[in-house]
Design a protein around this ligand. Sequence first.
Ligand code: SF4
Length: 442
Amino acid sequence: MKQEKLLYLETFGCQMNVSDSEKIVALLKGIGYGETSEAAQADLILLNTCSIRATAENRMYGHLGKFKSLKKRKPELIIGVGGCVAQQEGEQLLRKAPFVNLVFGTHNLQLLPEMVRAAAAGKRRIETTFIDNEERFDLFPITGAEEGGVTRFVTVMQGCDNFCSYCIVPYVRGREISRKAEKVVQEIAQLAAAGVTEVTLLGQNVNSYDLKSPGEPDFPELLHMVAQIEGIKRLRFTTSHPKDISERLISCFAEIPKLAPHIHLPAQSGSDRILAAMNRGYTRAQYLEKIAALKSACPGIQITGDIIVGFPGEDEAAFEDTLSLVEEVQYADLFSFIYSPRPGTKAAELPDDARRAEKQPRLERLQERQRQVTLGRNQSMVGTVQQVLVEGPSTSGEELFGRTGGNRGTIMMGERSLAGRVVDVRIIEGLQTLLRGEIINA
Ligand code: SF4
């Protein structure tokens, strides 16, 4: 019997990359590659990269360096780089890392089987062309349909037209393109038939889903369509842009029982001056109005967000505005980072006077405050009963792991056969990153 070849795949960055990596695995399975978690055993090493911050990019180059020695020992090893760094660097990447065989951009996953075959025949290939139509969503096998599983990401749109001044996404993912609603529904119906019970509709800015095609369903309509699919018990979406979240979308939280009471709504800053410099398209007051409307449509909704600390021009007063916004929103969780200039973006040209020595303590203050809020919120859930969708065994393997509707990770004792079921769980402990509970009604 012919020996299966082995793929070692590392994924950096956001959920879009995680979803792309699932597609890569399915595509390469089609040409005889199974997966391995040991790079040393692989015949093909792929890195699916992120360039949202310089640290992510540097980590990618650090990783590549490690694989160079493997290639020396095994010259037939194929090494490839895809994702946002590949899109951005293109040929430069082959120059910086001459032992790399192939480079594929964010719109070129479907070419991988052919590129891998060419690499095996000794040809180095680079593909970074954008495909600016919705056909590119359907160039892949539907991943997960054969494996089942509990929860899946389903891409509904890609790219972004917003050009926030700090962000590289519009340059490395291209302009917004939405996938036809009937194709989205078809994929989710197939996943549901295979036993998937929760889907997260994925896009860089899902709120502007299909706004370019008058007469086609917009995002609230798409949510209603997906909610009708039999077998789907819970529905989520990410990511939302505060300027584009409409009253109709907010109403969906009240109208669609399957829509989980959680939203990730990145504010990025609480200062109007900094928000304008970021080209975010909303003010602090407008952001807070949207938060109030969400809390009123869906009492108990869990809100998570992103904050950039130390954007060019951020002084102490602007940072205090951010702190007070965070205090007012009471996020369930917050992802916060020090600003990282990305080459080619507008913000990279702005004078940035503040030194890292000033930014770091600001980040620490913000994170410390948020840790207290998160812990307090988790502790306040003790004694409540939450509907938890069981995803499978916990990391230790001894308990079960699942998520509440509000997306709080929860561990509890129970049978593995409960995977995919929504169970009632009484919360007995609120930890920093998790809830612990006991199943009271399976
Ligand atoms: S909305 Fe702004 S931050 Fe989000 S992907 Fe688009 S440009 Fe980047």
